[in-house]
Design a binder for this molecule. Structure first.
Ligand code: ADP
Ligand code: MG
Length: 150
């Protein structure tokens, strides 16, 4: 099963609002893979998602840590893999505990660990195009079910 939705945002605040809608429907065990170049808006979208998940502390960027943990209505694991050199580094971190958990994992630069992504996840691809084009794709049944609630 695969479902795809395409959005367009004209400002960072627009992108945060879309993130908030996504965050509001997120469920435990869902992994979000945020693809896009440096400055595309991955962290901006994450801020909105965190707001939708009722996280009250700040989402940081850039970060020297691979993972930041936040507490909203469910735990939020924010990964920024920009500085990751090899997927083995993430395996050392025990990524399964975060990807297959009672929380939700939001991953910037998932391109670096494609082989470790759960087969059923939400892919979000952000591209610059007179604003931003944001393509949200479900790659399996759980993520497809969730996107229908958007
Ligand atoms: P990334 O995490 O992908 O590297 P950031 O979210 O940190 O990107 O930065 C995106 C930058 O682009 C911010 O400075 C933001 O204000 C700006 N921006 C301009 N328009 C948009 C938009 N429509 N959506 C998201 N960010 C935007
Ligand atoms: Mg970022």
């Amino acid at each position: 099963m695969s479902d795809k939705f395409t959005f367009h945002t004209d400002s960072a605040e627009d992108t945060e609002c879309l993130g908030e809608r996504i965050g509001a429907v997120l469920e435990p065990g869902i992994v979000l893979a945020l693809m896009g170049d440096l400055g595309a808006g991955k962290t901006t979208l994450t801020k909105g998602i965190a707001r939708g998940l009722e996280v009250s502390d700040l989402i940081h960027s850039p970060t020297f840590n691979l993972i930041h943990e936040h507490f909203g209505r469910i735990p939020v694991y924010h990964f920024d893999l920009y500085r990751l050199t090899t997927p083995a580094e993430l395996e050392d971190l025990g990524y399964e505990d975060y990807f297959y958990s009672e929380g939700t994992a939001i991953i910037e630069w998932p391109e670096k660990i494609l082989e470790l992504l759960p087969p059923d996840h939400i892919e979000i691809r952000i591209t610059e195009s007179n604003g931003r084009t944001i393509e949200v794709t479900a790659t399996g049944p759980s993520s497809a079910k969730l996107l229908k609630k958007l």
